[in-house]
Design a protein around this ligand. Structure first.
Ligand SMILES: *Cc1c(COP(=O)(O)O)cnc(C)c1O
Length: 399
């Protein structure tokens, strides 16, 4: 292997060195074996509070069997983009199944949640349009907004008054207006105030769009999401979800009216220019939604919430500041980034995997750990995790 560095890319090397000196460089933690509630990272068995595997579906026997059966029957790839030769019957079936689950007219599946957002926002808006976006919305919404070339105005996180201020200032806007929010915010675990945002969207004539990546399979009846949880059926034009978190596989989807989905089939660039999912992925997702819609799925969602409530209550009892979380995403506020990273490192060496988030992922001075419990954590896993957090937290004078 050649080790010469061509001068053209020297600036990248310098950028990496700079990250290292500023302690912003991260090393990938490598998982050996399965993605589970207790897993092996970097050769060490740890309790895993860092995945988005809310319901433990990454290793569910029914999903595993569905993937294997589909591979046997249909092979390993779809061979083309959806609009040319790569639409399999199972792709259509999954879309219908998700639409039924979400209680909407139609659905389109994308290769990931990221491209579902980016591909949709950029397809439905143009440079004469306006996007009103929560400041903590996901990166894929921001990228989609930029690709659309629309004007972007950002309101303060979950601040309805600030959102209305922007809508008042732009009341006479000539183009279309899109009001967009995450359903659940991934850094602090808060839930968007959807009823109030839907009111604003109606009053100021905006298209209403919700990215429910962290809510699908988590909130609402059988995990139907924030729209169901907050009673907003029929008030949200575009619902985005992911197949990569609670659903346990990979992909994203957009739900809404038949016209919306027909239009995205014609114009969403990742749908037209990137190959569709292999049979194993689609079959896995079909099995996942079937499971969610059953008594077994209901039990998993309930277990997720009983674990969440237990874990949050105990953290508070120990004196930790868990911020404003309302979901299985529970931050442990630390403040100083250096200290948050040290906290995370020491937890790991004692057998607990929890990520630390610092600037620029979260605002400066608001560094934190982020925990995510799942339905498959045993009560004894959580008790042991709390014991480790207490011990290390006291040692570092965080409590
Ligand atoms: C994870 C996430 C996405 C991206 O989903 P992927 O399927 O992983 O690409 C989009 N939006 C939000 C809010 C997310 O948390």
């Amino acid at each position: 292997m050649s080790t010469t560095r061509r001068p053209q890319l020297q600036y990248l090397h310098e950028a990496i060195e700079d990250l290292k000196t500023r302690h912003l460089y991260f090393r990938l933690k490598v998982l050996e074996g399965e993605q589970k509630s207790v897993a092996n990272y970097d050769g060490k068995e740890v309790i895993n509070l860092s995945s988005n595997n809310y319901l433990g579906l990454t290793t569910h026997p029914k999903l595993r069997r569905a993937a294997i059966d589909a591979t046997r029957k249909f092979g390993v790839g779809s061979g083309a983009v959806r609009t040319i030769a790569g639409t399999m019957k199972m792709h259509m079936d999954l879309e219908e199944q998700i639409a039924r689950f979400k209680q909407v007219e139609a659905c389109v599946v994308f290769q990931s949640g990221f491209v579902a957002n980016a591909g949709t926002v950029s397809a439905i808006l143009g440079k004469e349009d306006l996007i009103i976006s929560d400041e903590l919305n996901h990166a894929s919404i921001i990228d989609g907004a930029r690709l659309s070339k629309a004007t972007i105005k950002v309101f303060k996180h979950k601040d309805i008054a600030d959102c209305e201020r922007i809508l008042k200032e732009t009341e006479n806007w000539n183009g279309k207006k899109l009001l967009i929010t995450d359903g659940v915010f991934s850094m602090d675990g808060g839930i968007a105030n959807l009823p109030a945002l839907c009111d604003l969207a109606e009053r100021y004539n905006c298209i209403m769009m919700v990215d429910d990546a962290h809510a699908s399979g988590v909130l609402g009846s059988r995990g139907r999401g924030t729209i169901d949880h907050l009673g907003c059926h029929g008030r949200v034009d575009i619902q985005v979800g992911t197949l990569s978190k609670a659903i346990g596989s990979i992909g994203g989807y957009v739900c809404g009216s038949r016209d919306l989905i027909e239009f995205l089939y014609q114009r969403a660039r990742p749908f037209l220019f990137s190959t569709s999912h292999p049979p194993s992925v689609t079959a896995t997702c079909q099995a996942a939604f079937a499971l969610l819609d059953s008594a077994a799925g209901d039990r998993l969602v309930k277990k997720l919430w009983s674990n969440t409530k237990f874990f949050k209550r105990q953290l508070k009892k120990l004196g930790f500041n868990t911020g404003k979380s309302e979901t299985p995403i529970t931050p442990i506020m630390v403040g100083d980034a250096e200290k948050a990273f040290q906290f995370s490192r020491e937890l790991f060496s004692e057998g607990l995997f929890v990520v630390a988030l610092g600037f620029p992922t979260v605002p400066e001075g608001k560094a934190r750990l982020r925990t995510i419990v799942t339905a498959t954590h045993k009560r004894s896993d959580l008790e042991r995790a709390l014991e480790i957090i207490e011990r290390v937290g006291k040692r570092l004078a965080i409590v």
